[in-house]
Design a protein around this ligand. Structure first.
Ligand code: ZN
Ligand code: ZN
Ligand code: FE
Length: 761
């Protein structure tokens, strides 16, 4: 660069609180630049002059070598006046910072790992080792700007050594806010919950206890895990009893990939996610069964250690169950006082408080990209940039739905979606919802002038929104589902699309229980183009917990009251069966539903794959999916169905499918084959409906969303058929297709409305 040249760069994205400035400092110094770097409102500003290298080289290295936590969204640059600076320096931030990003929690980095394994290092075997590239973030921040005094680390005074590292721009721990060492940082504590006594050598003793088959609550980043030896059948059974879960799969934490590969098949792209700094639980195909861990499904959920404490614990027990410590369906526990001897035997805890709890994230990996069953630790609070055409100047709150809820906030061109918060019909979860909103408000100095919620009048989130007494929009459930991936993929408003939104339940415009929806939509609104034909939901909510009720409902649709003899129904007493039939006939407590989830329930039960009552959400569909997946030889073929086209919305009638399935069952066809053909049938049904939408309404963009599309089989097959037919298909990638993404979809609608109201005015 010539001496009278200078450049001013603006880097936007997740570039604050992730070691970005020290990185720029090192890079600029290496290349001989003088100038400065500083945080500004919407990113990091860099001033460069006098360098040995040119700007292109700097920009290349900036992108290539950026710290692992940084996400560069954009770099703008322009020529500037040289200032005559002789060196490169890190400048203080310029006071007001309207929107500062905060990094998610990040798994221990390689360098820190080497330190804790090196007896020469002062952090040898120290469980709270971290640096600018790793460690807790979102879960310890109390407010912004991100500085130690506004984290739960403020209670610890840095020792001189730590302070020196913290202040040295060339040190890996320069401005690492959670910096700690054995002298000055948090300490472990092990408590016997029966006697309330504290035990010596917490780490070593804890390892010994786990080996002996005990159950420990272990404090991690976003809350407590219950941990036991995964190969100890007795311990696992006891854990299941405590959690009153007989069948719901338990998550595993393994010391390394080698251990995982003993039990599961790991594809290269799955390995990438397992070892990523975000450390999600990845569902992998079973290779060897681990008794009691994941009965009746074909996958095991594995994660790798993500804190030094986990690494140290797993040194001698290579495989543990690591499930959240809360009671069924309640939020994850973050404080010691909620752990007692009814839950586990020992408590392994420490004195660094958790400011914000967060569960482990759970994903499948489909063609290299995540498919989230739960999005929380490691991914929250990554900002979602909003396309230019939807940016507004106001601040908006979206409160989501009721089940698997999340909150989204909008400010200055970005949406932040909270971690998974659980089902709001549970009071504790509702408290967690309020707590998280307060936290986000503080973190992002956020104060909404508009709120958006679901259409359902009685959801807790809707009531909450109403009580805010600010302008309030309501968005239909499946419309919100369809809009979320559009915002994620930054599709600008204007394009018409077909939202294939399939799930268990969402409140419909007509008051019915929707769930197998095809919406012709754009950002401003939708038309219900087609849906799975209505069937009665005998017993209301009970029908979603007892799949046999849906089986009868579908049989009734297909055969009338002369039901065929299906083997799986023999488990249900005649009297109960008759009661359900008469409920359907007399329309008693049998609201109508177009739910795709309930259709899966019915078929799963008819095939004999599901017990009459389920233990966890989506158990019946998961088992049907597992059966379809089991076959190594992949039979083709599908069942007939009918599209009733006399009026809009078209109704997709599956009674021919059900009749054919019953015929095959009577011929004793294996359930795996029926399950497979059923999946192929639905993919075809979606293709046919999409073709109708294209012919009649000229749409070419299809969105696949809703919890049903967590089904790998259905997702892959549907996407394949649609793409082969020339459709452009998008699906949620960094957000779950389930109800967790409702708040994001609601936000897309609110942004569109706000933008257009203003334009009109
Ligand atoms: Zn580190
Ligand atoms: Zn220290
Ligand atoms: Fe839904």
């Amino acid at each position: 660069m010539s001496p009278n040249e200078a450049f001013r760069l603006l880097v936007r994205g997740t570039v604050q609180g992730v070691g970005f400035r020290p990185f720029v400092y090192r890079l600029a110094t290496q290349l001989g630049f003088s100038g400065y770097v500083r945080n500004v409102g919407d990113g990091v500003e860099i001033h460069l002059e006098n360098g040995r290298a040119n700007l292109t080289e700097f920009l290349e290295k900036l992108r290539e070598q950026a710290p692992p936590l940084a996400r560069i969204e954009a770099v703008d640059w322009q020529p500037a006046e040289p200032t005559g600076l002789k060196e490169f320096r890190i400048d203080r931030s310029d006071g007001e910072e309207p929107f500062v990003f905060i990094s998610p929690d990040i798994a221990t980095c390689q360098e820190c790992l080497e330190e804790i394994n090196n007896p020469e290092e002062r952090r040898y075997r120290y469980p709270f080792t971290n640096c600018t590239n790793c460690g807790p973030r979102y879960t310890i921040v109390l407010s912004l700007p991100y500085d130690r005094c506004r984290t739960t680390m403020s209670e610890f005074d840095m020792c001189t050594e730590c302070r020196r590292e913290y202040e040295d721009p060339l040190d890996r721990r320069y401005h690492a806010q959670p910096i700690a060492c054995p002298r000055c940082g948090p300490q472990l504590k092990l408590i016997d919950l029966r006697t309330r006594q504290e035990l010596q050598d917490p780490l070593e003793t804890a390892v010994r206890l786990i080996k002996k088959g005990k159950i420990l609550a272990v404090k991690g980043l976003g809350g407590f895990h219950l941990i036991c030896d995964a190969t100890n059948r007795k311990a696992v059974n006891r854990l299941r009893k405590i959690k009153s879960r007989q069948r719901k799969p338990l998550a595993l934490m393994a010391r390394d990939l080698e251990i995982i590969k003993r039990y599961a098949r790991v594809q290269a792209d799955e390995e990438k996610w397992l070892t990523s700094p975000f450390r999600p639980i990845v569902l992998l195909e079973k290779k060897k069964d681990l008794p009691g861990i994941a009965p009746c499904v074909e996958t095991l959920g594995f994660m790798l250690p993500y804190t030094p404490l986990h690494y140290l614990l797993l040194e001698k027990i290579p495989l543990v169950v690591a499930t959240s410590s809360n009671r069924k369906d309640a939020p994850i526990i973050k404080d010691d006082e909620f752990i007692n001897s009814e839950i586990c035997d020992y408590l392994l805890t420490h004195n660094r408080r958790i400011a914000m709890r967060a569960d482990d994230s759970v994903m499948k990996v489909i063609k290299g990209k995540p498919l989230f069953l739960r999005r929380a630790r490691g991914f929250v609070p990554f900002p979602q940039p909003v396309p230019e055409s939807l940016r507004v100047s106001g601040e908006i709150l979206a409160v989501g739905g009721e089940l698997k809820n999340t909150i989204s906030i909008y400010k200055n061109g970005y949406v932040i979606t909270s971690q998974f918060l659980g089902d709001l019909d549970d009071y504790e979860n509702f408290r967690y919802f309020e707590e998280t909103l307060e936290h986000l408000k503080k973190l992002f100095s956020f104060s909404p002038e508009l709120v958006v919620s679901d259409l359902h009048p009685d959801f807790w989130s809707t009531r909450f929104a109403r009580n805010l007494k600010i302008p309030h929009y309501q968005v239909q459930h499946h419309f919100a589902h369809s809009l979320a991936p559009l915002l994620e993929h930054r599709v600008p408003p204007g394009e018409k699309f077909l939202g294939v939104s399939w799930d268990g339940y969402g409140y419909g415009q007509d008051g019915a229980a929707w769930g197998g929806e095809f919406l012709l939509a754009d950002h401003g609104g939708y038309e219900r183009f087609a849906h799975l034909d209505y069937v009665p939901l005998p017993g209301g909510d009970l029908a979603s917990r007892e799949p046999w009720r849906m089986a009868i409902s579908y049989l009734y649709l297909a055969f009338g009251n002369d039901l065929p003899a299906v083997k799986s129904l023999r488990k249900i007493p005649e009297r109960k069966r008759q009661a359900v039939i008469s409920m359907i006939e007399n329309k008693i407590n049998s609201p109508l539903t177009s739910s795709a989830g309930r259709l899966f329930d019915a078929v799963s039960f008819l095939c004999g794959l599901t017990p009459p009552a389920i233990e966890y959400e989506a158990e019946a569909p998961s088992r049907l999916e597992a059966a379809a997946w089991k076959l190594s030889l992949r039979p083709e073929g599908f069942y007939p169905f009918e599209i009733k086209k006399d009026r809009i919305p078209y109704r997709l009638d599956l009674s021919p499918t059900i009749r054919e399935i019953c015929r095959e069952l009577s011929k004793k066809s294996p359930p795996e084959i029926i399950a497979r053909k059923f999946h192929l049938t639905l993919a075809r049904l979606i293709l046919k409906t999409a073709r109708l939408a294209r012919e009649e309404r000229k749409v070419n963009l299809v969105v696949l969303t809703g919890g049903v599309f967590l089904n790998r089989h259905l997702l892959l097959e549907t996407q394949r058929l649609l793409e082969r037919d020339g459709f452009r298909v998008i699906r949620p990638v960094y957000y779950s297709p389930g109800d967790e993404s409702l708040s994001l979809g609601q936000m897309a609608f609110a942004l569109y409305r706000m933008k257009n109201n203003r334009a009109d005015a």
